[in-house]
Ligand binder design. Sequence first.
Ligand code: ATP
Length: 302
Amino acid sequence: MFQLFVPLNFLGFVYREIKASMANIERMFELLDEQSAVKDNGTGTLQVGQGEVVFRNLQFAYQPERPILRGLNLTLDAGKTLAVVGSSGAGKSTLTKLLFRFYDAQQGEILIDGQPIQSVPQQQLRQALGIVPQDTVLFNDTLKNNLLYARPEATDAELAEVIRMAHLQKLENECPDGMDTVVGERGLKLSGGEKQRIAIARMLLKRPAIMVFDEATSSLDSHTERGIMAEIREVARGHTALIIAHRLSTVVDADCIAVLENGQVVEQGTHQQLLAAGGAYAALWQAQQQSDAAEHVDAEEK
Ligand code: ATP
């Protein structure tokens, strides 16, 4: 989702810049910001404590005539996992774009541990945040360097630890030159699941206070997706985590699930609470169960 609004030729430029300076992810965001209308003029110092995030009365539209968020209120409790669900186009990924300040809301604010995100430099904001995006960008470089760009100064021991935690050892063992194998467009092509594990490992190396997972949709088969979500749950435990969920089945055990509809949060609670309430979530759940069952029948008939 994230690279959809970044022109490809610009990504090429970003890549060359990153290669040239062996910069970290913050540098990439700085380069992306050269295209962004958001003003990076905050002068405060972000004091990150427990990592609570509050979205307060957010109103946002990409085009003025088409509001996406209409007074959205949502609190991401420190140390908990919150999943945001809602029909396609409801504005789930838009929330993460606002949190990373790719855009600023027209009204309302986002607070991290009580501090408005506009009041601090972008570099500090992005230091506090990590994302596993829907589609991970891999550079034409070694696996090792693809991981290290999250934190170039990481030691070999730290690298080995995140490779283990993100279940990348199998890939390492299968690649001809192990972690020195070149991947990306001009190197070894990796599967959607492998790319996601690399994104998880990058996040683990960075160790941000707040973790965002924009769940992959079509690129992963359901078996791989379940595996990845189990890994994400393991990684997110004890951290503040926001999961943008495009499929409900993967977030049933989140601490809290918020349902987005018409630009607002219409329901919040655990999976069981929301099912019992018989409202918007229960309807989405039922619709997804039916479409999963239909897919299953289709697959069996083929
Ligand atoms: P999905 O589950 O299908 O990924 P979503 O809930 O994450 O959907 P968003 O990606 O946040 O939805 O998009 C919300 C709406 O904003 C959609 O109608 C989308 O077409 C529109 N939109 C997203 N990005 C842009 C953009 N850069 N410019 C204009 N409209 C956009």
